[in-house]
Design a protein around this ligand. Structure first.
Ligand SMILES: Cc1ncc(C[n+]2csc(CCOP(=O)(O)OP(=O)(O)O)c2C)c(N)n1
Length: 327
């Protein structure tokens, strides 16, 4: 796909993808040292989808996330310190340490939160779309979900309403080819998830989710369509998670995926491919690449330090923020 970004934008996208990768590598390490409770669902390998989609959005646009959502939060502009603190269950985290890895919300940055219920965020995105339409703004909603979620009833009901009412929603399937240990080919009888869009009367596009430029370009078109009041689009971003379903998955998912398949996808790493392209097209020098890497490393180290030094919430906090208080 032809290059459509200027030098600064390109380097910015590269840095974001790298930051997501390094943030998650650190999160896995902290989990292994028992500093993160619950679980971590890494999106390593899927960074081009997060960054390609979110870089096409404005800060006041909305985003609905999933259990595998650290990358999407970072790409939507989350503060790394508040995120890491949330992962460690600290009071300074985005949800005061009560949400953890799977439930990070940042209303100011347009992140309406993640959902541990597969497909649970999709109808909420439709609700946000109705709110935008009622308020008459030109915001849009990006709604992330996995291939497994497209078999939930919520997906079908939501796409139908969104198309019918021409809501400004971009439905983004992070199609990493597996729902837990179930391969998509054993769960869906059609080969392209984007074909499901036809049934509801909206455009559907399957694309290379490991090519950041392709994700960015196709999302941009969908965003323009939504902002112009022409309704939703379904993007099927085909990608792969390099790790297992979660940190407890043995051998990064080797019990249900072949080594050959995993190696093939490692070769198609979105960050490696983009980096090579930036070198080839002389957009990034060797030196600039190293500086970006060092920068990302420092930001993550600062976030870890902040999170470690922050206090846990007090026990009384457990019963606070349960109900929303209307002034
Ligand atoms: C309604 C519901 N059913 C089952 C689960 C258990 N579960 C958690 S993640 C997951 C797989 C989801 O797969 P997919 O939507 O493809 O997303 P991915 O994990 O691949 O990113 C399942 C079955 C759940 N959380 N919610």
């Amino acid at each position: 796909m032809a290059f459509v970004l200027d030098q600064n934008q390109s380097l910015e996208l590269y840095e974001q993808m790298l930051t997501i990768r390094m943030f998650e590598e650190k999160a896995i390490e902290l989990f292994e040292h028992n500093l993160i409770r619950g679980n971590v669902h890494p999106c390593i390998g899927q960074e081009a989808v997060s960054v390609g989609v979110c870089s096409s959005l404005r800060r006041d646009d909305y985003m609905l996330n999933t259990h595998r959502g650290h990358g999407n939060c970072i790409a939507k502009g989350a503060d790394l310190k508040s995120m890491m603190a949330e992962l460690l269950g600290k009071a300074t985290g985005y949800c005061k340490g009560k949400g953890g890895s799977m439930h990070i919300a940042d209303f100011e940055g347009g992140n309406l939160g993640a959902n541990g219920i597969v497909g649970g965020g999709i109808p909420i995105a439709v609700g946000a779309g109705i709110s935008i339409q009622n308020r008459g703004t030109d915001q849009v909603v990006a709604c992330f979900f996995g291939d497994g979620a497209t078999n939930q009833g919520t997906f079908h009901e939501s796409l139908n309403l969104a198309a019918l009412w021409k809501l400004p929603v971009i439905f983004v399937c992070e199609n990493n080819l597996y729902a837990l240990s179930t391969p998509v080919r054993e769960a869906i009888s059609i080969s392209r998830i984007s074909d499901r869009a036809i049934a509801y009367g909206m455009p559907g596009i399957s694309l290379n989710g490991n090519d950041i430029i392709e994700v960015y370009t196709k999302t941009k078109e969908a965003v323009e369509r939504a902002r112009a009041g022409k309704g939703p689009t379904l993007l099927d971003c085909i990608t792969y998670r390099f790790f297992g379903h979660f940190t407890g998955d043995p051998g990064r998912g080797i019990t249900y995926r072949s080594k050959e398949e995993m190696d093939q996808w490692l070769n198609r790493c979105p960050i490696k491919q983009f980096k090579e392209r930036l070198f080839q097209e002389k957009i990034m020098t060797e030196e600039a690449g190293k500086a970006i890497e060092a920068n990302a490393k420092v930001s993550i180290e600062k976030a870890v330090q902040f999170a470690k030094e922050s206090p846990f919430p007090s026990p009384e906090e457990a019963v606070q923020d349960v109900f929303f208080e209307i002034m």
